[in-house]
Structures are given as structure tokens and as C-alpha cells.
Design a protein around this ligand. Structure first.
Ligand SMILES: Cc1cc2nc3c(=O)[nH]c(=O)nc-3n(C[C@H](O)[C@H](O)[C@H](O)COP(=O)(O)OP(=O)(O)OC[C@H]3O[C@@H](n4cnc5c(N)ncnc54)[C@H](O)[C@@H]3O)c2cc1C
Length: 551
């Protein structure tokens, strides 16, 4: 359960000026706050209750090489292999070498990872060449990390939180981000729009899984930080690379609950509708092949064409753990077991129906190795950022580590840059009440968009599909724009705008990359093409896609 308590909550109405503004209270935002608070006042803004974030739902664990240089070198090799020729090596080197220090620090701050006696327990996940995943409470690693970081932050008098408050826009003056407009009290009937100035603003607002109809991500993951940074003029990178997790629960009417990779790490098989283990036809690592390979294999096994009518038929694909009799699966996976029990399923005795679902955005706000975006005063870390660390495909359990490592580095860069304080902003702006019919229309547009994205920019892409997606996109945008012109800012209006912006970036970048690499699979260009595309895609502020190295 997310942490819903409200210590130190100071809605920005009480101030219009802060040293450091952080958008997002997941692992990246909270880790950055811990460093910045020793040097100034920090306001951490979060869209819902504290702790409601992708971080909170992370199950499997955090990958880290704790046994010295050889282990670190192997972690780098695995990260690069999964990233399919696009990992920005300096970023990955930083991740694996600074990771152990950051995790040890987190343990000192009170994070309890599972142990046998004093020994930390290590799990194995797909594409890791050995067990190196720390986990907590079996399958609730993110919740424990979130708990520990929040507890640490609460002890700091200079960290303030504004929950149920969302980024509405960035304020840019002379090419520098000098603050933001925030919509506060979004849980109340009449939210308020306020301006706040800051010496530096860090976007740590996570991913955008909600741009797809099928996703493991919670409702807050609508790509707001990425979209609003782009609108302010920041460059984005690698937006075509969306990772689809292979195994989300596939029950009609039930959200796509994640069934962690750690289940396959413990030895679970994948079976098709005929009960056949099929991964040997797709990859030598079988069920532990990289995520993109497994996700596409499940997508292919999960569909058949009716020979009489030519229509597609959906077929079930299952996770099978029934042979793992030496493991107490309820003890090892308590959260997953509890959720499945609500649907009368048991890991030890049932075949569990699965489908891929949108999970993690490798792309995001283009940053250097220290979180600096292309706009002065604006920094990004965690899933909202793109350092190139994951390349075209993230290695399982590398993103919690990314949040710790690059959250800390972004804070370091903010302090090093030491930008001067800005004039306080006029605090409160005029707003009237939002209108329910306009919110409902915005939500309807968002629902159509998600279905379109799943169909046209999902796991298996081609030019015709992506172009049809764009054809459907423009009328949705037009409808949204005429709505947004007359609407008061509300959560629904802001989120739908962000989803549209993010969707366009994904469609456009996916159309331009005429090759298959990592999570981006083009049926019309099924091979990797290093001669033309061994670079990162950058969408600049004019919406043009360029290919460049990351710096
Ligand atoms: C079900 C699931 C399981 C996962 N399992 C693992 C795993 O085992 N290991 C692993 O390494 N990774 C895992 N991941 C991925 C990982 O959890 C995320 O990539 C990572 O936690 C992202 O951290 P973050 O700090 O960048 O963003 P998040 O944790 O997503 O935090 C984003 C924050 O920004 C806030 N926010 C969003 N928009 C706004 C706005 N407009 N205004 C204000 N605030 C805003 C949110 O409220 C939230 O506080 C999993 C993800 C999911 C969804």
C-alpha cells in the first residue's frame, strides 16, 4: 500500500520560492532530495499520495554487483548485451560502479533487504548471467525502498512535500528554467494554480506506461514531466524504445498486474495453448532470454489465424511453476500470491495466464551523465530521463538502481552549477472550477489514444501501422486542443495533454527508426542496422528526429 501519511506537507501556497524543486517522489526524486537538503530548502511535489509511484510497485528487486570488480564488469556486460548495441557505455559504467555504494548507503538508511542470517539473498532474473538481485519482503522491493527513502527524508527539516500537487508547466526566462506552475489540491473539488520559482528544477516524474491501454504502471505514470519539459524546449531521446514486460496477468476485466521476472528466475516455464514450452524456438536462454525477445515470443504464441475466416484468434499463454516443488512459492512471492488468490489462482498448482504489457520507457528527457537537460536550470533523473544507460532495452532490475545512482548525481550537478536564486513568482494565479463534462471528454480522448497506441505502436510495429496511428492521432489532438482552449486546468486536462505529446514522440521516433533493435521491433525492417541506426534518436524542440551520440 502507498504511504498516505502527510508529514511536512507544505503546499506551495505557503511559499512561492524554494531553492530546489523536485517533481516526483519515487526513488530518483527522493534520493536527490536527500543530498540537496543539506544545502537548501527542497520542495518535493507528488501527484497523488506520497509513495504512489512506479517505485512503490517494483517487485523483483534491485540489481547490484556487490562482490568486487569482476562482478561489476559482468554487470556491465549484461547491461550492454540487453541494450542491443545502444547502451551509452559511460552511463552504464557509472551505474554498475556507483551502484554498490548507493545500495550500501540505502541499507544504512534503513532499507531491509531479504537475508538468510546475515547474508543478503540474491535472486536471478532474465539476461543476468548470475544471481545479483536484492529483494525485500519477497516481492515488494520497491515499497521497501520507497519506505526507507521517505523515512530518511522525513528526518530532514529542509525537505518539504506537496502531495496531490502536479506539475502544470515550466517557467522559462532567457533560456533558463526558473520555476514551475503547479496545480495544487488535485484531490479537492477546486484545485489552485500556483507559480513557484527555484534555483533548479529536477524532473523525476517517472514513465508513461499509461500511454498504452495495457500497462503494468499505476495511474500517475502519464509522462507529464517528459511532455512538459519538451514543451518548454528540452530535447528528448530514444522515445521509440518502450519496454513491454512479457508477463502481466491476463484475466478479463482485471488490471495488468505484473508477474515478476523473478518467477522465471526461480525456474518458471512458459507454455502455449497446447501446453508446449515454446521458448526454445526463440532464444537459447529460453525463459531467461532478454525481455523483448520473451515478450515478442508470447505475443506470437498468443495469436493464431483462423484458416476459414482469416480472422485473428487470441490464444492463452501461461506461466507454469507447478514443477517448482522445492520452493515455498507463497513465502517467496507473498504479494503476487495474495493478488492471485483474489482471482482463485495459486502459483503452486495453477497455470497462470499472461500477456505482455507496457512497462518501462528507456527514452525520456535527454540528459548528460549528471542529469543536466538541454535547458539550463532543468535536470532529470530516473525513468523520466534518458542517459542512454539502458540502450534499446533495459536489463531487468536496473531501474531502481538507476534512480539511486542518477538521482544522487543530478543533485551533485545542481549543487555544482550553483545557479543564482530567482525573483519569487507571483504566487497564486486565477482559476475557476474545472468542468466535469470537459474532464470526461479529455478522459475519453485519452482512452482512445491508449487503444490506438497499443494497436499501432506496441510490441510489433510496421510503417503502415505507425502511419495509421498518426492518422488517428491528429483528430484526437484537434479535439483536445479545442477542449483545452476553453477548459480550466485540471488533472485530466493536463494528463491527456501529456499523453498526447508522449504518444506523438513515440510514433514519430518509431516511424523514423527503420530497423529492429531491443524493444523497438519493426516487422518491415526485422534486422538491426548498425550502419544507419547505431545512434540515439533525439527529438529537438522543432519536433525533428536526429540521430546523435549521447554526451
Ligand atoms: C509493476 C512494476 C514493477 C517493477 N519492478 C521493478 C523491479 O523489480 N526492479 C526495477 O529495477 N524496476 C522495476 N520497475 C521499474 C521501476 O519501478 C521504475 O522504473 C522506477 O521506480 C522509476 O522511478 P522514478 O523515481 O524515476 O519514478 P517513479 O517511481 O514512477 O516516481 C514518479 C513520481 O512522480 C510523480 N509524478 C508524476 N507526474 C507528476 C506530475 N505531473 N506532477 C507531480 N508529480 C508527478 C508521481 O506521483 C511519483 O511520485 C517496475 C515498475 C512497475 C510498474
Amino acid at each position: 500500500m502507498p504511504d498516505t501519511s502527510r508529514p511536512h506537507i507544505s503546499h506551495p501556497g505557503t511559499t512561492n520560492n524554494v531553492d530546489y524543486l523536485i517533481i516526483g517522489a519515487g526513488v530518483a526524486g527522493l534520493r536527490a532530495a536527500a543530498t540537496l537538503a543539506d544545502h537548501g530548502d527542497v520542495l518535493v511535489v507528488t501527484k497523488e499520495a506520497l509513495g504512489e509511484s512506479n517505485t512503490n510497485y517494483a517487485q523483483g528487486g534491485i540489481a547490484v554487483a556487490l562482490s568486487g570488480p569482476e562482478d561489476i564488469a559482468l554487470h556491465l556486460k549484461d547491461t550492454e548485451y540487453a541494450g542491443d548495441g545502444l547502451v551509452h557505455r559511460p552511463a552504464a559504467e557509472i551505474l554498475v560502479t556507483e551502484g554498490p555504494r548507493r545500495v550500501e548507503e540505502l541499507i544504512q538508511w534503513g532499507a531491509n533487504f531479504d537475508r538468510h542470517g546475515n547474508e543478503l539473498l540474491l535472486a536471478r532474473e532474465a539476461a543476468h548471467s548470475l544471481p545479483r538481485i536484492l529483494h525485500a519482503n519477497g516481492d515488494a522491493t520497491g515499497a521497501e525502498i520507497s519506505r526507507a527513502l521517505l523515512a530518511h527524508a522525513r528526518q530532514h527539516p529542509r525537505i518539504h512535500f506537496a502531495d496531490w500537487t502536479m506539475l502544470h508547466g515550466l517557467i522559462v526566462k532567457d533560456n533558463r528554467v526558473i520555476g514551475a506552475t503547479l496545480l495544487t489540491h488535485t484531490d479537492a473539488p477546486n484545485p489552485a494554480l500556483q507559480r513557484i520559482s527555484a534555483r533548479a528544477t529536477l524532473i523525476a516524474s517517472g514513465g508513461a506506461g499509461q500511454v498504452y491501454s495495457d500497462t503494468t504502471n499505476p495511474a500517475v505514470a502519464t509522462g507529464d514531466g517528459i511532455a512538459l519539459a519538451s514543451q518548454a524546449g528540452a530535447e528528448l531521446a530514444d522515445m521509440e524504445f518502450y519496454q513491454f514486460h512479457p508477463t502481466a496477468l491476463a484475466l478479463p476485466g482485471v488490471p495488468r498486474f505484473l508477474l515478476s521476472e523473478a518467477l522465471r528466475g526461480e525456474g518458471a516455464y512458459l507454455r502455449n495453448a497446447q501446453g508446449e514450452r515454446f521458448m526454445e524456438r526463440y532464444h537459447e536462454l529460453l525463459e531467461l532470454a532478454p525481455r523483448d525477445v520473451v515478450a515478442r515470443a508470447i505475443a506470437r504464441e498468443g495469436i493464431a489465424v483462423d484458416s476459414a475466416s482469416g480472422a485473428s484468434i487470441e490464444l492463452p499463454v501461461y506461466l507454469d511453476l507447478r514443477h517448482l516443488t522445492s520452493i515455498d512459492l507463497t513465502e517467496r512471492f507473498p504479494g503476487i500470491s495474495r493478488f492471485l488468490a483474489q482471482h482463485n489462482l495459486t502459483l503452486a498448482s495453477d497455470l497462470i495466464p499472461v500477456r505482455p504489457a507496457a512497462h518501462y520507457l528507456m527514452g525520456g528527457i535527454r540528459t548528460d551523465l549528471d542529469g543536466r537537460s538541454s535547458l539550463k536550470g532543468l535536470y532529470a533523473a530516473g525513468e523520466a530521463a534518458c542517459t542512454g544507460v539502458h540502450g534499446a532495452n533495459r536489463l531487468a532490475s536496473n531501474s531502481l538502481l538507476e534512480g539511486l545512482v542518477f538521482g544522487a548525481r543530478a543533485a551533485g550537478a545542481i549543487l555544482a552549477d550553483a545557479l543564482p536564486a530567482e525573483e519569487p513568482q507571483q504566487s497564486e494565479l486565477e482559476t475557476q472550477h474545472g468542468s466535469e463534462p470537459l474532464d470526461a471528454e479529455a478522459q475519453a480522448i485519452a482512452a482512445e489514444l491508449k487503444t490506438m497506441m497499443w494497436r499501432h505502436a506496441g510490441l510489433l510495429r510496421d510503417e503502415a501501422g505507425l502511419r495509421s496511428g498518426l492518422d488517428l492521432f491528429w483528430p484526437m489532438l484537434e479535439r483536445y486542443e479545442s477542449l483545452a482552449d476553453k477548459a480550466q486546468p485540471t488533472r485530466a486536462i493536463i494528463e491527456t495533454g501529456s499523453l498526447l505529446e508522449t504518444a506523438w514522440m513515440i510514433l514519430k521516433s518509431a516511424l523514423e527508426r527503420k530497423e529492429s533493435r531491443g524493444a523497438h521491433f519493426r516487422e518491415d525492417h526485422p534486422k538491426r542496422n548498425d550502419a544507419q541506426y547505431a545512434q540515439h534518436s533525439i527529438v529537438n524542440d522543432e519536433g525533428v528526429v536526429l540521430y546523435e551520440p549521447l554526451g
